[in-house]
Design a binder for this molecule. Structure first.
Ligand code: AHR
Length: 465
């Protein structure tokens, strides 16, 4: 018998809740730690948070399919997280309010203590398993991978209601808490709230409600605003959040406030009327969301999120285990706001290839040119084989490759691994690359408005971004 609950429908009494068996996508080669990240970065880790600490390590935590434990892994590189050893910090209890689901952990260093926030509910089946509330565990030492973790307590939320997906950030010297919660009297599954912290589990003042799911893309399947994440850039605070059901309709929205505004005033925040990051059939990523932010080893902004590589889900999406951790570059628009583009899909991270005047190699509706276009049309995956030969794939046209055409022009053709699609990448320490044709040696792709094969090395240096 299925009881349909507020946001989570489930089979009542199922102590061992079913985990849907979904088709496993073809496994990509395991990335080496010195190579760049390959998506999916970590399989079956949803709600992923990557925390870059000043010890030089990246720490990754997230929800596990069994929802029964808190895990942590670390690496000196983002790519290395894929194969890093994972430690179980804490397991749900045998009974009580933290004996059932364990959701969406986040690691924070607060006043010198490692604290991990998470959402938890009781076990035992029935309606109670979704009595989700927010708790924290704390580490007894300086190394979160080696210390002992014990329960710090329950977050003292404004209401005794469905409460999850908390995050914390410091803004202008004050530490804030942002989270998702169901508010009595508002008929939604969860809304977004913010308040300064007095202590890790108590608020310094009454919370401000920042957003209620009301737009059509926020209420598909369930009325959800959850998983806030904050990025401070270019004189503003950008708070992304996730909306709708956790299937292919799941997506990111964004609130923006001026850095010097009173961020406890809801009027300081502007909600984007359209989602900023959604499912992409072209790249094969469905239900992208529950993001966090970090920077890569070169200090460049990185978006961390989860997404499946198939659309159809049998049963409740909450119990489909294949929300994998994914990462990609986060670029910015001319106005300084984040440009999320599209979820870039499985494989090595794509790059943009820029000519000396800043114009980009673009692919729009099957046409290759050098100029300007939406971000996703300027992203190309440089797929390199063991011999260092590169084929160049527009991320929106997975089955096609940049090809030297019979007339000597440059276009796209279905991936046939022909010499006309193979290039030798001559990379420089300055971050430029020349792409010599394997079919016509000593000729390379011109990095100019006129896309052609020209005698290397004249005008053939692309800046890789
Ligand atoms: O992944 C478990 C829960 O489902 C997360 O807390 C929430 O963000 C998601 O929708």
């Amino acid at each position: 018998m299925t009881i349909s609950l507020s946001r989570r429908a489930f089979v009542a009494g199922g102590a061992a809740l079913p985990i849907a068996c979904a088709p496993m996508a073809a496994h990509l080669p395991l990335p080496s730690a010195d190579a760049g990240p390959v998506n999916p970065l970590v399989r079956q880790r949803a709600d992923a948070q990557v925390f870059r600490h000043d010890d030089g390590f990246y720490y990754l935590t997230g929800s596990v399919p069994e929802y029964d434990r808190l895990v942590l892994r670390r690496s000196k590189t983002i790519a290395g997280l894929a194969t890093a050893e994972e430690r179980v910090l804490w397991r749900h209890q045998a009974s009580g309010p933290m004996s059932g689901f364990i959701w969406a952990p986040e690691l924070h260093l607060i006043d010198g203590r490692w604290i991990m926030y998470f959402a938890a509910g009781p076990s035992g089946g029935g309606e109670d398993v979704f009595r989700i509330r927010t708790f924290a565990v704390v580490c007894d030492g300086p190394d979160p991978m080696a210390g002992n973790w014990t329960v710090l307590g329950q977050f003292q939320a404004p209401w005794d209601s469905f409460c999850l997906d908390s995050t914390s950030f410091v803004h202008r010297g004050t530490r804030y808490f942002a989270w998702a919660q169901r508010e009595p009297g508002i008929e939604t599954n969860s809304n977004l709230y913010i308040a300064p912290l007095a202590s890790p589990l108590t608020l310094a003042r009454p919370a401000t409600r920042l957003s209620i799911p009301m737009l059509d893309w926020e209420v598909r399947g369930f009325k959800v605003n959850e998983a806030p994440a904050v990025l401070a850039r270019n004189g503003r605070l950008f708070m992304t959040y996730s909306a709708s059901a956790t299937d292919a309709r799941y997506c990111l929205g964004m609130l923006t406030a001026a850095e010097d505004a009173d961020i406890m005033d809801p009027r300081a925040w502007t909600k984007a009327q359209m989602p900023v990051f959604v499912t992409s059939g072209e790249t094969g990523v469905f239900g992208p969301g529950h993001n966090s932010f970090t920077v890569d080893e070169q200090g460049r902004d990185i978006l961390v999120y989860h997404g499946r590589d198939y659309e159809r889900i049998d049963g409740d999406p909450l119990f489909d285990p294949n929300r994998h951790t994914r990462v990609q570059r986060l670029y910015f628009k001319a106005d300084g706001s984040p440009d999320f583009g599209v979820p870039v899909g499985n494989g090595p991270l794509p790059v943009r290839l820029l000519g000396p005047d800043g114009s980009a190699l673009c692919c729009e509706e099957g046409r290759l040119f050098v100029g300007a276009a939406h971000l996703a049309s300027t992203q190309f995956r440089m797929i390199e084989d063991a011999a260092g030969i590169v084929t160049i794939q527009p991320i929106l046209r997975r089955d096609e490759r940049v090809t030297v055409l019979p007339d000597g022009g440059i276009g796209l053709a279905r991936n046939g691994a022909s010499p006309a699609q193979r290039f030798i990448a001559h990379r420089s320490a300055e971050g430029t690359v020349s792409l010599e044709s394997a079919a016509r040696r000593s000729f390379a792709l011109s990095a100019s408005r006129t896309l052609a094969l020209v005698p290397a090395p004249s005008a053939t240096l692309w800046r890789v971004d």
